[in-house]
Ligand binder design. Sequence first.
Ligand code: HEM
Length: 199
Amino acid sequence: MEAIREAVKEIGALDVILLALSCYIIWKLVISRLFAKPAPEEPRIPELPPMRRHDMTVEELREYDGVQREDGRICMAVDGKIFDVTKGKRMYGKDGPYGIFAGRDASRGLATFVASAEAIRDTYDDLSGLTPSELEGMREWAAQFSEKYPIVGRLLKPGDIPEIYSDEEEDKTGSVSGSMTASSISSIGSEDKDDKKED
Ligand code: HEM
């Protein structure tokens, strides 16, 4: 004990404090990490095979809410295009912040920046009442989604005939099986826009 006291006197109190601090930092940074239990891994959502393209009515789309179907597939329509947003389950799943859009036409909600039931229609929404800038905002969302999620069809308005999509067409263009080609994507929604202009 006496020897320690002598040593402390020689080294100086400040040095002892610095030494203790260094030991603590080394413990925190190195040693405690070596013995730390690994953080539990987030359960991985198994990736689904690409969806077969097909146009849907609002009612048909509703099935793809991530709950009703066994495969948990989630689709969402924006600007007349149907996106497979299953990989965004964290956001569009049942308890996700944007779960309200799952299996629905999210156009009005995104246009008006309202992520609640008041922006969702049970029947086909012709988007009447939206301002040109809201419509523009909605198209920007759709453009953003096109970069991230596959387009798997178009949203049918009452009286619309579903298009027949061939697998050969996909193979020729080398696009991902089951999702749509760039040319078919650009044609979706353009008729709707023209319709709106005529209105
Ligand atoms: C205070 C309000 C809000 C905040 C702080 C917020 C924040 C965020 C953040 C951080 C993300 C990225 C999540 C991620 O990639 O992990 C996100 C995504 C998103 N937000 Fe919001 N948000 C807000 C309001 C809204 C509203 C009102 C809407 C629409 C009505 C909206 C629609 C979306 C959508 C659709 C996505 C997902 C985009 C995707 O699939 O990549 N947000 N938000």
